[in-house]
Ligand binder design. Structure first.
Ligand code: C2E
Ligand code: MG
Ligand code: MG
Ligand code: MG
Length: 281
């Protein structure tokens, strides 16, 4: 009986899992070469100030131009980079690129960089941030680090220590994808974030009879009471933009204002361009 099921498992395993394993091993091998082969790139998406209706920052978003498969989205390769211990190198590289780029922009423009849980585990994060700021000369208060609740879930004591060390450097800390985890509100109590980014899943449907609207209202009101900036992610329509503006959301980000683009496509020179949105291409 055990023998039969063992056989069955084996027969199932061999052809299918082997393909998946092969594909995964291939992806891992390719990813190890991505940085040295110059296949990684940082794109920048504008963040708008809701009242001034002007660009007030950019979020750095990594891109991988795979030599044969084309663009691979970060959601597909960042978890792999985490698993095989590459995320620290890749994360340091993104941080350096983003800080360097920000020094070319006006000083009231902030730059946001996403951090993975593994970067927190590495112990070298704070030093990496210090190095990136020192090497590029970027003022610490122009750098914002975005973390998700998964970071906070891990080892909250260690995480909190690091968050406080980052804060002492003058760097700002944002809680990304807010509302998608399990106990979001308790995180707001354990660490004083500078910014809450309301996940795009809440912004997508804010029609009158949607359950999302009161949640968005609540988070914006909470941000206001706590003195924390609120950013709406995934703003795609004028209607969403005007609603969020009326609700008092501080900052807005989404395809309506601009898609992530290479730095070379971004022009911030004149005020008019800046008000309309930064992308020319
Ligand atoms: P995120 O930090 O929440 O970034 C926002 C994602 O939403 C980006 O996807 C962005 O392109 C997309 N987005 C922005 N506006 C809109 C919109 O109006 N509609 C829709 N449908 N999507 C919009 P992207 O670039 O594919 O990145 C996905 C995730 O990958 C990011 O989510 C972040 O968690 C992670 N990621 C990206 N770059 C890095 C990085 O350098 N390091 C780390 N650790 N993670 C990164
Ligand atoms: Mg983010
Ligand atoms: Mg997000
Ligand atoms: Mg996300």
């Amino acid at each position: 009986e055990a023998k039969t099921s063992g056989k069955r498992t084996f027969r199932f395993f061999e052809p299918q899992m082997d393909d998946q394993l092969q594909a995964r091993k291939g992806l891992e091998a390719d990813l190890r070469k991505a940085l040295p082969n110059n296949e990684l790139d940082v794109f920048y998406q504008p963040v708008m100030h809701a009242v001034r209706e002007e660009v007030c920052g950019f979020e750095a978003l990594i891109r991988w131009r795979h030599p044969t498969r084309g663009m691979i989205p970060p959601d597909e390769f960042i978890p792999v980079a985490e698993d095989i211990g590459l995320i620290v190198n890749i994360g340091d590289w993104v941080l350096r690129q983003a800080c360097e780029q920000a020094t070319r922009w006006p000083t009231d423009i902030r730059i946001a960089v996403n951090l993975s849980p593994a970067q927190f585990r590495s112990q070298a994060l704070v030093q990496a941030v210090v190095n990136a700021l020192a090497a590029t000369g970027l003022c610490a208060n122009r750098l914002e680090l975005e973390i998700t609740e998964s970071v906070l879930l891990e080892d909250s004591e260690h995480t909190l220590t690091i968050l406080h060390q980052l804060r002492e450097l003058g760097v700002r800390v944002a809680l990304d994808d807010f509302g998608t985890g399990y106990s979001s509100l308790s995180y707001l109590r354990s660490f004083p974030f500078d910014k809450i980014k309301i996940d795009q899943s809440f912004i997508r449907d804010m029609s009158e009879n949607s359950h999302h609207l009161p949640i968005v209202e609540l988070v914006i009101a909470l941000g206001r009471d706590l003195g924390v900036t609120t950013t709406a992610e995934g703003v795609e329509t004028e209607d969403q933009f005007r609603k969020l503006q009326a609700l008092g959301c501080t900052e807005l980000q989404g395809y309506f204002f601009g898609r992530p683009a290479p730095a070379s496509k971004i022009r911030l020179s004149d005020g008019k361009t800046r008000r309309r949105g930064p992308t020319a291409a």
